[in-house]
Design a protein around this ligand. Sequence first.
Ligand code: 3HC
Ligand code: NAI
Length: 694
Amino acid sequence: MTTINEVTTLDIESNIALLTLNSPPVNALSLKVRQGLVAGLKDAISNDSVEAIVLICEGRTFIAGADITEFGGSDSLGTEGNSLNDVMHLMENSPKPVVAAIHGTALGGGLETALACHYRVAVPSAKCGLPEVNLGLLPGGGGTQRLPRIVGAEKALQMVTSGEHVPANQCLEMGLVDELTEENDLKNGAVIFAKKLVTENRPLVKVRDAQDVVEKDRGNDQLFADVRKSLARKTRGFLAPEYNIQCIEAAVNLPFDEGIKVEGKLFMELMMGNQSRAQQYLFFAQRQVNKIPDIEKDTELKDVESVGVIGAGTMGGGISMNFANAGIPVTIVEQSQERLDKGLGIIRKNYENTAAKGRITTAQVEERMGLIDGKTSLEDLNSQDLIIEAVFENMDLKKEIFTKLDSICKEGAILASNTSALDVNEIASVTKRPEDVIGLHFFSPANIMKLLEIVRGDKTSKTVVATSMAVAKRIQKIAAVVGVCPGFVGNRILAQRQREANKLILEGALPWDIDDALFDFGFPMGPFAMSDLAGLDIGWGKETSNGESIRDLLCEAGRLGQKSGKGFYVYDENRNKSPDPEVEAIIKKFGEERQVRMRDINKEEILERCLYPMINEGFKILEEGMAIRASDIDIVWTNGYGWPVYEGGPMFYGNTIGFDKILFWLKKAELEMGPEFKPSAYLEKVVAEEINIF
Ligand code: 3HC
Ligand code: NAI
C-alpha cells in the first residue's frame, strides 16, 4: 500500500488500483482530498501494472460533497492544479477505466466526481443526490450537465430542484449506477466489476459525450415551464431553484462545453450571493443546535417506548400523531368521552386525508390509529415513559394536573408540558421530581411543524434534556433547547413584531401594507393574515371587550377572521383575501377619535419597525442565556415562524444589515417613540467591542 497523503492511499491488487479516501467525517472534497485524488490518479495511470482504477472511501460514506467549510476561502474548489475540475479531467480522460464504488451517500461534488468516472457501482443502501439547492447553490462540478445526459432532463430537474437523496435501486433503474454489489462487500464487488471491464474490453464511457438522452428534450420548452410552475409557490424568493433549472435547460439545448460555461457562471453568481451564505450558515446552525455545551455526548438516556398525552385538542392530537407516525404507542387522556371521541375523530380524519393524497396507505392509517389509545382517566398514565400535557393554557389547571401526575406516573417518567408561555419551573415545583419535568413546546399544526422548543427548567436533569433531544430526532423534529422565560425564544420574539404591527396600523399603515411588506420580505404571510387564519376571537370575550383595540372593534362587528368570511380582510368562497374599505374606515375612525396623526409609511420603514425590535429581543435572549447561541434563534425562526431561509433568520439578517446600524436605529427609536426600543446591553457590547456572535 502506498500512502499518497494523510487522507489518500493507493493499493494495487491483481492489476486493479484501489484509490482510497479516508477523510472523516464525510470524505468531503477538501483541498487535501483533491490533492490526494490528483496525485493518486496520476500514480495509478502511470503505473504500467494497473489496468483499472477503483475509487472507494473509508468511513461512513462515499464523498458527501464539496467541503462547505472551505467555501469562500483560499482552499476553495478552484485551487490551481488541484481544483475539482482537475480531478474530473484526470478521471474522465484516464486511459484506464475508473470506477466509483459508492456506499453511504454520494452527494453534490461527490456524485459529480462519480459522474466523471467511467462507471459506478454501489451497495444497495447507498444514496445519490445533488443537494446543492439546499445550500442556495447548484452543482458546480459539471453535475447539471452530466446528470441529464444519463437520467434525462425530467428526472434531473426533479433531483436538482429537490436535492433529494435517491436510493441505489432507483439509481440503478435510471442508469446512474451500473451495478449493485453485496451490501457488505463493496470493495470486492467493485474490483470484480473493474476486472470484468478489462477482460470484456468495455469502452471508457465519458458521460459528457452522451447526447442521445438530452437530445430528446431539445426544444421542449413546456417541460421547463411546467417545472417552474409547479415550484413557484414553494420556491418563491429563492434564486437557486431557478438557476438549477436554467442549467438543465443549457444541458438540453447546448453542447457540453457551452453548458459547462453556463453552469460555471451561474454557480459563481450564487456562491458570491447572500442567499447561499445564509443557507450554508443554516446548514451548520442545524448541526450546532443539537449540541448542548454542558451535556456530554455519552450522557445516559432514558428509554422512551410509550407516551401519554393529556388533552386531545388542537395540540394534543397533533403531538400524538408524531409518536404514532414513529411507531411509538400513545395513550391520550381527555376530560370526557365526548371530547376524546372528537379528538380521536380529528386525528383519524387527518390520517385519512393524508391517505387520500396517496402519502400513506389505508393500512397505515389503521396501523397508526391502532397505536393511539384513548382514555378519560389520568390514572391510565401509570406506565408510560414520557407524558406530555397539552390542556388549556392555565397555570392552576396545569399545577393540578402535575400534582396528580406526580402521584400516578411511574418513577423516572419524563413529565413534559406543552405550555406556550407559562413558567415551567413553577409547574415543576408542584412535583417531588422537578428533575424529570421539562417543557416540550410543539408548534401548530404539531404533526407538521418541524420545530420543537425544549424548555429546560432550573432543575431539569441532563438526562431528561438529552432524552428529549433524542426523542425529537426520532419524531423528526428540529429541536432547540431554550430557557424558561415568557414566550421562550420564538413567541417572545414574535411578540415584538405583533406589537409594532398593531401600532403601525394606528399610525397610517394599513394591515395589508404591513402584510405585503413582510410577505415580500419572504414570510409566508403577514401578521394580520395570520390573525385572520387563527381567528381574531382567540382570547377575546364579548363581555370583556371595551373597544380599546382594532381587534375589539372587528370582533364586535362579527369579523372573526377567515372562519366568518371577514376579519382584517374580506374573503371570497375560495378563501382568497382582499383589502376591505370597511376595515380601513374602522381604523380611521378609531384613530380620529384618539387624535392620532396618520401619515404615509413606506415598506422600508414597516420592515425596520417590525424586524429590528425582534433582533433586539434576540440579543436580550442571548444576554439572559435563554438561547444557547445566536444561530439557535435563527433555527427557531426559520423552522417555526417562516422567516425566509435565504435571509438566514433574524440574527443572521441583523448581521447582514449591520448590528451597528440596528443599534443606531434603536437608539433613535427609543428617543422618538419610547422605551420598548431600548437596545439590549449585549447588543451595545457586541457593537462596541466588535464581537462576533456566530
Ligand atoms: N462539508 C463540510 N462538512 C460537512 C459536509 C460538507 N459537505 N457534510 C457534512 N459535514 C459535516 C457536518 O457539519 C458534521 O460536522 P460535525 O460533526 O462537526 O457537526 C459532520 O460532517 C456529520 O454531518 P451530519 O451530522 O449531517 O451527519 P449525517 O450522517 O446526519 O448526514 C450527510 C451526513 C447526509 C452527508 C449530511 O451531512 C449532508 O447532507 N451533508 C451535506 C451534503 C451536501 O450538501 N453536499 C453538497 C455540498 S456543495 C457541493 O458539493 C458543491 C459542488 O457542486 C461543487
Ligand atoms: P385546546 O383547547 O384545543 O385543547 C385543550 C384540550 O385539553 C381540550 O380538548 C380539553 O378538553 C383538554 N383538557 C382540559 N382539561 C383537561 C383535563 N383535566 N384532563 C384532560 N384533558 C383536559 O388547546 P390547544 O390549542 O391544544 O392548547 C393546549 C396547550 O398547548 C396550551 O397550553 C397551549 O398554550 C399550548 N400550545 C398551543 C398552541 C396552539 O397553536 N394552539 C401552540 C403551542 C402550544
